[in-house]
Design a protein around this ligand. Structure first.
Ligand SMILES: N[C@@H](CCC(=O)N[C@@H](CS)C(=O)NCC(=O)O)C(=O)O
Length: 139
């Protein structure tokens, strides 16, 4: 009896190899980064610049709660001078988070800006607070 390689023609083998490569690429390649519309990126940039402080937050996130406590309770920064987005309560919250990632490369919340300058997350904010720099930035 002929071996399988003698029974299958070369063009058929090539097609099998190509199909296998295609299927394995589809199943094993990491998901492509989500596409973000440029209009969302633009809107997020406007939100960042709208007030002195911008915080993208999530209601259940302990780091976000710590940031909001530091800003609004400990340092008594007026909430009226801040844009706080609770992304998990917004229908386009994931898209806003993706846009923030495109803008500043940070994936996590809280995602904090002061005077349009990217501060980072809660640990960055707490560091600024410990060194006394945060109160000055908020003046
Ligand atoms: N080191 C970060 C930790 C922030 C963090 O881990 N946040 C979580 C939520 S509590 C997060 O963003 N997870 C991913 C997500 O919600 O998309 C900081 O200090 O801000």
């Amino acid at each position: 009896m002929d071996s399988i390689f003698q029974q299958v023609s070369v063009p058929t083998l090539i097609i099998i190899v190509l199909l296998t490569a295609l299927v394995s690429k589809r199943f094993f390649t990491a998901a492509a980064p989500r596409m973000v519309s440029q209009s969302t990126v633009q809107r997020v940039k406007e939100l960042i610049g709208e007030k002195k402080v911008f915080v993208a937050s999530k209601t259940y996130c302990p780091y976000c709660q710590a940031t909001l406590k530091t800003l609004f309770e400990d340092l008594k920064f007026p909430q009226s001078k801040a844009v706080v987005l609770q992304l998990n309560t917004m229908s386009d919250g994931q898209e806003i988070q993706d846009a923030l990632y495109e803008i500043n490369g940070q994936k996590t919340v809280p995602n904090i800006y002061i005077d349009g300058k990217h501060i980072g997350g809660n640990s960055d904010l707490q560091e600024l607070n410990s060194s006394g720099k945060l109160a000055k930035l908020l003046e």
